[in-house]
Design a protein around this ligand. Structure first.
Ligand SMILES: Cc1ncc(COP(=O)(O)OP(=O)(O)O)c(N)n1
Ligand SMILES: Cc1ncsc1CCOP(=O)(O)O
Ligand SMILES: [Mg+2]
Length: 208
């Protein structure tokens, strides 16, 4: 299984956003520390997801960065991505593992120790844990769990914990201290005036 990067950039495909421009800025800075998760809106077609994922895989390859696909595992397979990420509304983790195969990277969403351990037992190779802090990027989320919630999950599993939800460079040290291996962000990069600089700041906070 490929080693996992610490900085996960989730594509922002909301209207008016330009995920590939953000990615082109982040890649030369983060290189193999970057994991790009292709996440499209629920009403996007499979063809749209496929075209975006195909471009992301091609952009990542020269830098040794990893591409994962959110939810749509058939798209992950079709573009030869390194793996995928599933949550409560997606394929169960064990089924996702069967689809992707034993060598793939498979992330699962968890917010408390019990379901986290179950996801790992079912085949998750990392966990996306959160929301850690308030976010406006996704609606309908439960209350933030904060660094203490991350700590509880990290103590219960032996796979990398990727903290997600309202993460900024300023919040990274507390999440790392709580046991997070890395972080996943949308707004911290997509909304940055200078995404290359924001990438460097996040990486600096992750690796110090
Ligand atoms: C790294 C990471 N963690 C959590 C999620 C959320 O996945 P999910 O709960 O399936 O919600 P959607 O992203 O599909 O709306 C994630 N995508 N990545
Ligand atoms: C997809 C997802 N799942 C939990 S929070 C979130 C969005 C995170 O976006 P941001 O980094 O802008 O808070
Ligand atoms: Mg999902």
């Amino acid at each position: 299984m490929p080693s996992l990067g610490r900085l996960h950039l989730i594509t922002d495909t909301r209207p008016g956003r330009d995920p590939l421009t953000v990615l082109r800025a982040a890649l030369p800075v983060a290189r193999a520390e970057l994991v790009v998760q292709v996440r499209v809106e629920d009403d996007a077609t499979d063809r749209q997801a496929y075209e975006l994922a195909r471009r992301v895989v091609a952009l990542c390859r020269p830098y040794g960065a990893t591409c994962l696909v959110n939810d749509r595992l058939h798209v992950a397979l079709a573009v030869d991505a390194a793996g995928g990420h599933v949550g409560a509304d997606d394929l169960p983790v064990r089924a996702a593992r069967r689809v992707l195969g034993s060598a793939a990277v498979l992330g699962a969403t968890a917010r408390e120790p019990g379901s986290a351990a179950e996801a790992v037992a079912a085949g998750a190779s990392y966990l996306g844990v959160g929301p850690c802090h308030a976010t406006t990027t996704k609606t309908g989320l439960p209350a933030p769990i904060g660094p203490a919630g991350v700590r509880a999950v990290a103590a219960a599993v032996d796979v990398p914990v990727i903290a997600i939800g309202g993460v900024t460079a300023a919040s990274v040290p507390a999440l790392r201290a709580a046991g997070a291996y890395g972080v996943a962000v949308v707004g911290a990069l997509s909304g940055a005036a200078d995404p290359a600089r924001a990438t460097a700041e996040l990486l600096g906070a992750l690796t110090c």
